[in-house]
Write a protein that binds this ligand. Structure first.
Ligand code: C2O
Ligand code: CU
Length: 484
């Protein structure tokens, strides 16, 4: 742990970044109003989507206002990260990959080319799209090296999502294949600015990536990194933004780490949670600290109440001089807030509360591990690892209570493909968990109860989003049969 901390300090000291750029006087990122008669107009204009700061947006190649068409290439790329030349895997040569944005109900067409030296797929994490477009290697045969595939689907829900491969994900994601995906809704309240922050950690030594799955620790705890990254940059490496007092921004946050639950807080500004994995919340709420499990998203409204520096802090566990484990704040993003101040009102989200649905079925899942004399550490659900036959079958439209129990130490961020769920009991008395989710944390030796809405028929994966646990077996399949 001490060596890890030394590396943190060392690597962040090497980095020095460009000065913050000056914001334009008028807030950008405000979508143009669609003309009132857009539907009747034979040459309908493509609506302008909000600019999302801190990420690069994929160009949309299709003039049709209801279609977003893009090209994505997975390719190796050598780039300097944390002062080291790393052999990354990237989408379109960018780390993190480019932002894909669409409006709710749009058709999205992705021309994908695999220029990696190995097979891959793209999983559109959180999007409730047809199963054959979900990038699950159980359903779509992986795209071979040099191969192509066209993803084509309608995006049904507004919110913050992300995309990443689903083949050897522990290695391909760690090497850089992850990117933001935003689906806008015409109801999104307008803010001064939107940002997407992808919080990650990677495990490096002096030469580059530490070999994958090389230690027992990595098999058991997962690959806990020693370099924290926000949008691919280390602390202080250019991720400094500017804003004005009184402005309200929307920050979309995702935890893209392999094995670290992020604990985030914001210093010197107010913030409230306005959205989760499944999109906007009917009632925003305030917290001091935000626990973001791997794969989860939070939409925050950040209100700049004071002049000066605002910091997004990530708590990192380390040892103090007395050799006790303590949480230290580490700043992963900074905003310089200047004047003159502007007047903004807090925004109101026009979101209806979730309808309450009676539960039709209850299933149980037990998460554990065995140490096989031949195979080593194997992670299991209900005694099965890498389950290739569906563990459960449901009918489209069913509401299912899932009771999860963790029989061993490490926590498991449970992820369900293709559907959303609500967390009804996260095993702690205090924590608040409103909103729809596709990932929820099953704590060490803890229990978790969720209500899943099986509204999307198909064959789906569910797995632990600790990518090492998933790779070492903690994956299962379930089937949702179409109604009729
Ligand atoms: Cu984000 Cu099955 O994964
Ligand atoms: Cu796990």
């Amino acid at each position: 742990m001490r060596r890890c901390l030394a590396l943190f300090v060392l690597l962040s000291a090497i980095a020095c970044g460009p000065k913050p750029s000056v914001p334009e006087a008028e807030p950008t990122g405000v979508p143009d109003e669609a003309p009132a008669d857009a539907g009747a107009d034979p040459v309908a204009e493509k609506p302008t989507l909000p600019v999302i700061e801190n990420v690069t947006t994929l160009p949309d190649e299709n003039p049709d206002p209801d279609i977003v068409e893009v090209t994505l290439t997975a390719q190796p790329s050598k780039q300097t990260v944390a002062g080291l030349a790393l052999d990354l895997y990237t989408f379109n040569g960018q780390f993190p990959g480019p932002l894909l944005q669409a409006r709710k109900g749009n058709r999205v067409i992705v021309h994908f080319k695999n220029e990696l030296p190995e097979p891959t797929t793209i999983h559109w994490h959180g999007l409730r799209i047809p199963a054959d477009m979900d990038g699950s290697p159980r359903i779509q045969s992986p795209v071979p090296a040099g191969g192509t595939f066209t993803y084509d689907f309608i995006v049904p829900d507004a919110g913050s999502f992300w995309y990443h491969p689903h083949v050897r994900a522990n290695e391909q994601i760690e090497k850089g294949l992850y990117a933001p995906f935003v689906v806008h809704s015409d109801d999104d309240p307008k803010v001064a600015r939107e940002r997407y922050l992808l919080v990650d950690d990677i495990l490096l030594d002096g030469k580059g990536f530490v070999p994958f799955l090389g230690t027992n620790h990595e098999h058991v705890r997962g690959r806990v990194g020693n370099v924290l990254l926000t949008n691919g940059s280390v602390q202080g490496e250019g991720l400094i933004a500017v804003a004005r007092v009184g402005e309200v921004e929307r920050w979309r946050v995702v935890n893209t780490a392999n094995a670290r639950t992020m604990v985030l807080s914001i210093e010197n500004a107010e913030f409230r949670v306005v959205g989760t994995d499944g999109g906007p919340l009917p009632a925003p709420y305030y917290v001091d600290k935000l626990e973001v499990a791997i794969g989860q998203r939070y939409d925050l409204e950040v209100i700049y109440t004071n002049l000066g520096e605002v910091k997004l802090l990530s708590s990192v566990l380390t040892r103090n001089a007395q050799n006790e484990v303590v949480e230290v704040p580490y700043d992963v993003f900074r905003v310089e807030v200047g004047g003159p101040s502007v007047q903004s009102d807090l925004l109101v989200w026009p979101t209806a509360p979730l309808p309450v649905r009676p539960v039709d079925a209850t299933v149980s899942m037990e998460f554990d591990v065995v140490n096989d004399p031949q195979l080593g550490i194997i992670w299991r659900v209900n005694g099965i690892s890498h389950a290739h036959a569906p563990l459960f079958t449901f009918e489209e439209g069913q509401t299912v209570r899932m009771k999860l129990k963790n029989l061993v130490g490490p926590e498991h961020p449970f992820h369900l493909h293709g559907q959303f769920f609500s967390v009804v009991d996260d095993g702690t008395p205090a924590s608040k968990q409103p909103g729809l989710r596709d990932v929820a944390l099953l704590r060490g030796l803890g229990s978790l109860e969720v209500i899943a809405y099986m509204d999307n028929p198909g064959r789906w994966m569910a797995h632990c989003h600790n990518l090492e646990h998933a790779e070492l077996g903690m994956m299962l399949e379930l089937v949702v049969t179409p109604k009729n």
